[in-house]
Write a protein that binds this ligand. Structure first.
Ligand SMILES: [Zn+2]
Length: 293
């Protein structure tokens, strides 16, 4: 039976500021996904525009020098592309989207934001297409209302930025299952943190189950739902659409059964291995479907 904490409609955060027409997939694909929602590919989902992340809240997760450099344009080469007013607004919107989605999930059980470019950003620098760490911001926002937060990172790459910012926070548990060792990190507290780089597609879902087990007891779950694990979206041969569908169902059922509010971020998913951007967006739609089920 579904948890009564999951109330309808599913509200997902997105605005036109998210998508910058030219550039990395991190900043372009959300627009395609939003169109699929407004075209009714998944019914009953509401898109809501978030408030931009503020300088003050970004300084809770990043160094003042780094935040000022990005906000002022002094830092020309951002991880997500060359600085422009439009790119900055996109970064602030997608980061703010994670904060607003967190509050929506705390109210109504579940939410998400079509945000990418988060988990490699560390306290004093961007990295790997990620400028500000919206996952870390979401965790601190949730901790205003709950005692503990879990971050389940199932992007193809490890979330070294999130670990850099949060791994010493005793109220945060990190569980990271990747298929590539890029940006891997060392847990400081094995009881609180889990990281595994999978090397065979057959063991992928077992590792996801193991990761979820380590999050038992958290009061809020942040899910970095990368699709770059998929064999044709930048990931590992053998991780098919069926595996992705099973993964999304596993995560959402885990939260439903425990009545743990859950929020998702889009995260990675690329055209490097043969998919069109539309096909990548269709993969991300699986996360929305699972949350809306
Ligand atoms: Zn990735």
């Amino acid at each position: 039976m579904k948890s009564p904490i999951f109330k309808r409609p599913l509200r997902v955060f997105y605005s036109e500021d998210y998508a910058v027409g030219e550039g990395l997939e991190t900043v372009t694909k959300s627009k395609l996904l939003a169109k699929m929602i407004t075209d009714g590919k998944v019914s009953g989902v509401e898109l809501v525009a978030p408030k931009l992340a503020t300088e003050e809240e970004l300084m809770l997760i990043h160094s003042p020098e780094y935040v000022e450099g990005v906000m002022s344009g002094k830092l020309k080469n951002l991880a997500a592309g060359v600085w422009s007013k439009k790119l900055l607004k996109s970064i602030l919107a997608t980061t703010g989207g994670m904060r607003d989605a967190t509050n929506e999930a705390l109210r109504n059980g579940r939410s998400g934001s079509f945000s990418s470019g988060l988990h490699h950003a560390r306290a004093d620098a961007g990295m790997g297409f990620c400028t500000f760490n919206g996952l870390a911001l979401a965790a601190l926002e949730a901790l205003k209302k709950v005692k503990s937060v879990g971050i389940l990172d199932l992007d193809a790459h490890c979330g070294g930025g999130t670990a850099n910012i949060l791994k010493t926070n005793k109220r945060v548990r990190l569980a990271d299952v990747s298929v590539c060792s890029y940006d891997s990190w060392t847990p400081t507290a094995k009881s609180r943190h889990f990281i595994e780089v999978v090397d065979k597609p057959k063991s992928y879902l077992a590792s996801v189950r193991k990761a979820l087990k380590t999050l038992e007891g958290v009061e809020f779950l942040i899910y970095n739902a990368g699709m770059d694990t998929h064999e044709k979206a930048g990931g590992m041969s053998g991780i098919t659409l069926d595996v992705i569908k099973e993964r999304e169902a596993l995560v959402v059922e885990w939260a439903q059964e425990r009545k743990v509010p859950i929020v998702f971020a889009l995260a990675g998913g690329y055209t490097w291995s043969g998919l069109t951007l539309k096909e990548v967006a269709e993969l991300h739609l699986e996360t929305v479907r699972a949350f809306n089920a």
